[in-house]
Design a protein around this ligand. Structure first.
Ligand SMILES: C[S@@+](CC[C@H](N)C(=O)[O-])C[C@H]1O[C@@H](n2cnc3c(N)ncnc32)[C@H](O)[C@@H]1O
Length: 370
């Protein structure tokens, strides 16, 4: 692994490298052992006439499993140390190097960025330290930089930015049947999803919205520094953005839906539909888990990583929610964040990504009788 240069302090960089290595070991060594143990315990249960059909059945199989206990402990505590270790955690270290951070954020001043001083951050957002990020991503001016640094170790064994590049590939594929001249990226965070879209579609006008001012400042500063001309950022709630109805050909998000309470997911899908022009396309990237083992792993991940809305999203009938929001031709496709990731023989831990692709009906196109 190339040495990290997040900070001036060699010790702080070394600590974050250790965090990444620990998480990679957890994903590529410990998780395959857990999976093997699951298969053994399931085979034993089958011999005893017990079927494993639900996440609760899987939980019973793992009762008194040391491997599972260690898997959970490591997942929770590596993440906690990454952010909150008092000596080298991201929050403490970025505060120590805040001068350098301020220099980087200064470029936001010259960017197309609209923050709303009266903006009301949603209550659900204030109620949880999502990802175990102290204070979540809204209050501390350095919170966008903390999230950016933290994101380096979210997807072990995946090349940096690869997931978002592959997401753009999905968008490109869909653009073969639709021109995307105006694109909205909801929950754009520090720009990791919106900027690659602006680069991939240089003729398009891309708007990134998020509730987090610190993330938006970082997104705007980086886009300005990289001279990406066709992007602007707005502080807005994805549930009701205040943007013009019917004004976008494409509305996207990556990793937004599972951070929203159930009703907010429905409102966000309704807003997506409202913002799209007739025939417009929506592509939201999030998680689906049909297999009881993965449901169990993901429900637990929601608890261990302070993501209380993850399990409700996984339990939601998303295709139905899309139809209720006015969409047609809803497709939920497994999404590979790297080559071979969705191959059933892949033994490593990963998020069970899915791209949810849907179209707003174009009433001017006669629907085909079946
Ligand atoms: C997991 S992050 C993903 C960020 C980015 N899309 C990426 O792929 O790196 C989820 C983002 O959704 C934002 N968010 C949460 N609730 C939101 C809402 N109601 N409206 C807009 N953004 C929201 C958060 O501030 C956060 O930046």
């Amino acid at each position: 692994m190339a040495a990290l240069t997040l900070f001036r302090s060699r010790e702080a960089n070394a600590f974050q490298e250790f965090i990444m290595e620990a998480r990679t070991w957890w994903a590529t060594e410990l998780f395959p052992r857990l999976r093997e143990e699951y298969e053994e315990r399931r085979a034993l249960a089958a011999r005893e006439g017990r079927a494993v059909k639900t996440a609760d059945d899987v939980a019973q199989l793992f009762e008194r499993s040391t491997t599972y206990a260690y898997f959970c402990w490591l997942e929770r505590h590596v993440q906690k140390s990454k952010y909150s270790s008092s000596r080298w955690g991201l929050v403490a270290q970025l505060a120590r190097e805040s001068g350098r951070a301020a220099e980087r954020l200064a470029a936001a001043g010259s960017a197309d960025l609209e923050l709303d001083p009266a903006f009301k951050v949603p209550d659900y957002y204030l109620a949880h330290d999502i990802h175990q990020h102290p204070g979540n991503m809204h209050a501390d001016p350095l919170a966008g930089l903390v999230y950016e640094a933290s994101a380096l170790s979210i997807h072990p064994a995946t090349r940096r930015n690869e997931l978002h590049e592959r997401f753009v590939d999905v968008v490109r594929r869909e653009s073969a049947s639709a021109a995307f001249a105006k694109v909205l990226d909801m929950g754009c965070g520090f720009g990791k999803s919106a900027v690659p879209l602006a680069r991939a579609f240089p003729q398009a006008e891309v708007v990134g919205v998020d509730v987090s001012a610190p993330c938006l400042k970082l997104a705007a500063a980086d886009a300005a520094a990289a001279k990406v001309p066709n992007i602007r950022f707005r502080q807005a709630d994805a549930r009701h953005t205040g943007l013009e109805p019917g004004s976008f050909d494409l509305v996207t998000s990556t990793m937004l839906l599972h951070e929203l309470p159930g009703q907010a997911v429905e409102e966000t899908l309704a807003e997506t539909n409202r913002l799209l022009a007739p025939g417009g396309v929506s592509i939201h990237l999030d998680f689906r888990a049909d297999d009881p083992f993965w449901q169990f792993i993901m429900y637990g991940h929601g608890v261990r990583n302070n993501e209380p809305f993850l399990e409700p999203l996984l339990r939601m009938d998303l295709a139905e929610a899309y139809r209720k929001a006015g969409f047609e031709a809803v497709r939920i496709e497994p999404f590979a964040e790297r080559e071979g990731a969705t191959d059933p023989s892949n033994p490593f831990w990963r998020f069970p990504w899915a791209a949810i692709i849907a179209r707003k009906p174009d009433r001017s196109t006669p629907t085909q009788e079946t």
